[in-house]
Design a protein around this ligand. Structure first.
Ligand code: HEC
Length: 134
């Protein structure tokens, strides 16, 4: 009877440790956390051009699903949290937010994104919502 108690305790401990069992592509089971979500890159949206392509290059790492910008905007109650899904973004606001930084978003200097490229991104976002937001 004593042994049963020990086994129950061990099972409970394993549960607390939160050991997830996932399967890899070959279908083999492996222990560990689930895989990281794939970052949104041009590889996933190969048809993007112009402002959309620039947005994916410079903004999507924080503003795609699972990005820190998306998470923070969701917590602030912005709906939808994905910038590409919004219909209320004015191009001028996007430019000012990106150049000066806003809240926890760092300022994006001209050396990183030129005025011309930022304007193209802002025009793309202002023309939203875009259905292929992810
Ligand atoms: C390093 C991560 C990061 C990058 C890169 C980034 N952002 Fe952000 N962005 C954020 C975060 C975080 C917030 C939320 C700021 C807050 O509310 O504290 C935000 C907020 C914004 C907002 C304000 C939205 C609102 O409704 O308040 C705009 C507009 C914006 N970002 C545009 C851009 C554009 C355009 C780019 C690319 C040129 C970009 N961001 C790149 C992290 C980032």
């Amino acid at each position: 009877m004593k042994n049963l108690g020990l086994i129950a305790a061990a099972v409970a401990l394993a549960g607390c440790a939160g050991v997830a069992v996932a399967q890899n592509a070959e279908g083999e089971e492996r222990a560990g956390p689930p895989p990281m979500p794939q970052p949104v890159t041009m590889a996933q949206r190969p048809n993007a051009t112009g402002g959309e392509a620039l947005y994916i290059e410079y903004c999507a790492m924080c503003h795609a699903a699972n990005g820190m910008g998306t998470g923070l905007l969701a917590r602030r109650g912005r709906e939808p949290a994905l910038l590409e899904g919004r219909s209320d973004l004015a191009a001028g606001f996007v430019v000012i937010a990106a150049r000066n930084g806003i809240g926890n978003m760092p300022a994006i200097p001209r050396g990183e994104v030129s005025d011309e490229d930022l304007q193209a991104i802002a025009d793309y976002l202002a023309a939203g919502p875009h259905g292929d937001a992810q």
